[in-house]
Design a protein around this ligand. Structure first.
Ligand SMILES: [Zn+2]
Length: 154
């Protein structure tokens, strides 16, 4: 897949005047993200796209509130094999390792670190937590659910 730079080398996606009030397409959203990466103002991005500056701002506000939206826009691709998956960021072309690391990397282009980590926290490990409950009560650790082993029926 092309990086954002490659994708918009020839300019922004165009829309017909009749579509002036249509929703932003995925391609237009990607162009906005390209423009933000290039530190363009919302006004400049809007003019290039033929949409309102407010439309650009609204999209930005939306992904600030719902960062996962960014991960639905095809901003990274798998470059490794299925056995050893590696991913490449299509915002900057850099290669990161592993899906989670790459998704965080992509979000970091547009969001603060705290937001990135809140959106994509560490995967909870399976290791049992040391019981350090300070809650006074006799709070017992919840037993982990075990998938019952299926009885073999012959
Ligand atoms: Zn990147």
């Amino acid at each position: 897949m092309p990086t954002l730079d490659e994708r918009f080398k020839g300019g922004p996606p165009t829309r017909e005047p009749a579509d002036a009030h249509a929703w932003l397409s995925a391609e237009e959203r990607r162009f906005i993200l390209w423009g933000l990466k290039e530190q363009w103002s919302a006004l400049r991005i809007g003019r290039a796209l033929g949409v309102n500056e407010a439309t650009v701002r609204r999209f930005r506000k939306r992904f600030w509130e719902e960062p996962r939206l960014l991960l639905e826009l095809g901003l990274y691709e798998m470059v490794g094999s299925v056995r050893t998956p590696e991913y490449r960021c299509l915002v900057c072309g850099e290669q990161a390792l592993g899906r989670l690391a790459t998704e965080r990397h992509v979000l970091r282009h547009y969001l603060e670190e705290a937001v990135v980590m809140a959106t994509l926290p560490e995967v909870a490990s399976n290791s049992a937590h040391q019981s350090q409950d300070q809650e006074g009560g006799e709070k017992k650790l919840q037993p982990r659910h075990r998938v019952p082993r299926r009885q073999r029926r012959l």
